[in-house]
Design a protein around this ligand. Sequence first.
Ligand SMILES: Nc1ncnc2c1ncn2[C@@H]1O[C@H](COP(=O)(O)OP(=O)(O)OP(=O)(O)O)[C@@H](O)[C@H]1O
Ligand SMILES: [Mg+2]
Length: 263
Amino acid sequence: MARVIVVTSGKGGVGKTTVTAGLGRALAKKGKRIVLMDADLGLNNLDVVMDAESRVVYDILDVVENRCRPRQALVEDLVAPGLFIMPGASYDDGDKISGQNLRAIVNALSQSFDYIFIDCPAGIEVGFHRAVSAADEALVVTTPHVSALRDADKVVAIIKSYKIKASLVVNRARGDMILGQEQLSCNDISELLQIAPIGVLPEDDSINTYNCFLTDEKGKTDGDRAIDMLAENILLGTDKLFDVTKKYRGFFGGLKRSLKKIV
Ligand SMILES: Nc1ncnc2c1ncn2[C@@H]1O[C@H](COP(=O)(O)OP(=O)(O)OP(=O)(O)O)[C@@H](O)[C@H]1O
Ligand SMILES: [Mg+2]
């Protein structure tokens, strides 16, 4: 039976799809069989992020309307064997796809996979409820910015009413700013939102191109390491967090901080 985890946030653009895609590859590298389900109907872009757009034949609406079986709609990742994408529909007609529909697809796939991640749309409207109601666990992604935190706070409260386990992922954390007390740390955010942290990802362009299959240990960036740690926490039930401040501590770290301020 697959673990079914919705990746949600409230605020748009904080990194839900990025986290979903990165986790898919990181866990596939560990030999797990994964489905990434794009539940951001209308603004679906997981297929684009995963470079699968040109290979999409059926989408989630085709499954719901019985034009194909769930397995037929899955598109396998070119990089990571065992990682599949369930493409979202390119328009959202709220009535056509319900939470029960998503749950039925999840149930049909559950036996053949270890993890199903559901990429949730922004907001707390129908699309959010549809995605959350199909999941057993949630990752609440936020950035340290005030507007994202406020939305995450609302989302945490709503998710509590679903009685599913929720964990916090802080994205785009800046170690230099945390040390300069210009940004809240993951622990501060966790206390504020009253939700246990499971991952911290740094502000790092490499996160957008995370590809653990092409990167050996030496070539890894901080972004790669942070996603790997998050994947391991999900897999093992641990809570080791990537230290975004490490490279800004000590003499050379202080120098890096000063340089970052000037640049
Ligand atoms: N840690 C990071 N460092 C640098 N850029 C990032 C990071 N995380 C995400 N981004 C960038 O931020 C943008 C938004 O990310 P993404 O699409 O994953 O957010 P989202 O929450 O899925 O958005 P939406 O609500 O629109 O679905 C993308 O351009 C992505 O590449
Ligand atoms: Mg998205």
